[in-house]
Write a protein that binds this ligand. Structure first.
Ligand code: SF4
Ligand code: SF4
Length: 371
């Protein structure tokens, strides 16, 4: 791993153009030699849905990266595991399955016989492929995240924890900062060797699943997840130290000693690509663990927090939110199928429910001024 970062402007999902830019970025940042290696390409497939919604890494970026790695002599596998990972999941709607068919890359089911690894002192289930692959290439998406504000390279590794086991981690690490620490712990044990962010079209507003696609026009690559996350979140207009994963990793001196250590001399001037009008997640004033502890116990403070609000008219009664909630804070009103009710005192504000709702029936907002 080194501290190099490279950026290319890229305004649409033309595969040939993306391929050329990946090659330039990879070589400029000292991407690892993949000849005769088994490489897992790990996109961010939040839910298997239409690429136009910008929820997941675009299939053109996945395909260009697969073809590039194959051209360098790698055997490529592709896989991810959304929070609700059904037996049928194979990336069909998000276009990733078709990428595998076209390129001959093997699709990997992360729920198949996962292994256990000690992450932050606790046994955690991880996809078995992490022990089979020589290298992981991570393809995060440029978008907001209600819990950690901005999702990126460090967060994308969570997909290696299969299906519902992710929600369990939310129950174990309930505060925003604690969850950030877990994500950094995870990356210390399972470290992808390369990161390329799909920032061609990003997602602003209520991420990671309900935001608005917005043109960012960039591909960003590095072997260093912290260098990538700090730069991408700065482009989005965040102070990188607000993002719990970046703050924890920097505090631990994990991959950088300071933001100044990022070597960026291959790409457009940073000041020319900042997205100052990007709609960000409102940053909680109560960001540290002590405040979050108090917020859980003082009713007035708790009411001022952003929390899930269920829109019954839009609910289709799929009950994915009930299945994913790690602390059983939601249930369906007896005799109704689509009237979901929240026990606010149980809710840990992990926002897994809003991530899995594909019917836009869960908004995240404050109770004090809302319904
Ligand atoms: S709120 Fe969304 S996830 Fe929950 S049951 Fe309704 S449609 Fe399904
Ligand atoms: S109700 Fe939603 S935000 Fe609250 S704990 Fe359950 S999944 Fe998390």
């Amino acid at each position: 791993m080194n501290n190099r970062l490279a950026i290319r402007k890229c305004t649409d999902y033309d595969k040939d153009d993306i391929y050329d830019k990946i090659r330039e970025i990879y070589d400029a940042t000292g991407g690892p030699d993949v000849r005769n290696k088994k490489v897992l390409v790990k996109p961010n497939i939040l839910t298997d849905d239409d690429p136009a919604k910008c929820i997941s890494t675009h299939p053109s970026v996945v395909e260009a990266m697969v073809l590039f790695l194959q051209s360098r002599g790698a055997t490529v596998l592709v896989g991810d595991s959304p929070a609700v990972h059904t037996a049928k999941f194979n990336g069909e709607k998000s276009g990733i399955r078709q990428v595998c068919i076209r390129t001959g890359a093997e699709w990997v089911d992360f729920t198949n016989k996962p292994v256990e690894k000690k992450i932050g002192g606790r046994k955690t289930r991880i996809a078995a492929v992490v022990d089979e692959a020589d290298l992981i290439v991570s393809l995060p998406k440029f978008k907001n995240h209600e819990l950690v504000y901005f999702t990126g390279a460090i967060k994308n590794t969570l997909g290696l924890v299969p299906g519902f086991h992710k929600a369990k981690q939310h129950a174990l690490h309930q505060e925003r900062n604690k969850f950030g620490e877990f994500l950094v712990d995870l990356n210390e044990i399972v470290t992808p060797g390369y990161f390329l962010m799909d920032a061609i079209t990003g997602m602003e507003g209520p991420g990671p699943g309900r935001g608005i696609p917005v043109s960012i026009g960039l591909l960003i690559g590095s072997t260093n997840p912290l260098a990538l996350d700090m730069t991408a979140s700065r482009i989005a207009g965040y102070d990188p130290l607000i993002v719990p994963t970046s703050r924890t990793a920097l505090f631990r001196r994990n991959w950088l000693n300071s933001e100044d250590d990022i070597i960026y001399d291959d790409g457009p001037e940073l000041s020319s690509i900042l997205k100052e009008d990007f709609t960000r997640i409102p940053v909680s004033t109560f960001n540290n663990i002590a405040w979050q502890f108090l917020m859980k116990r003082i009713k007035f403070l708790r009411k001022s927090e952003r929390r899930p609000v269920f829109i019954h008219e839009r609910c289709t009664g799929c009950h994915k939110c009930i299945k994913i909630c790690p602390v059983n804070a939601i249930e369906v009103r007896p005799a109704y199928k689509n009237h979901i009710i929240l026990t606010d005192s149980k809710c840990i504000r992990c926002f897994c429910c809003s991530e899995v709702c594909t019917d836009d029936a869960i908004e995240v907002r404050r109770k004090l001024f809302g319904v």
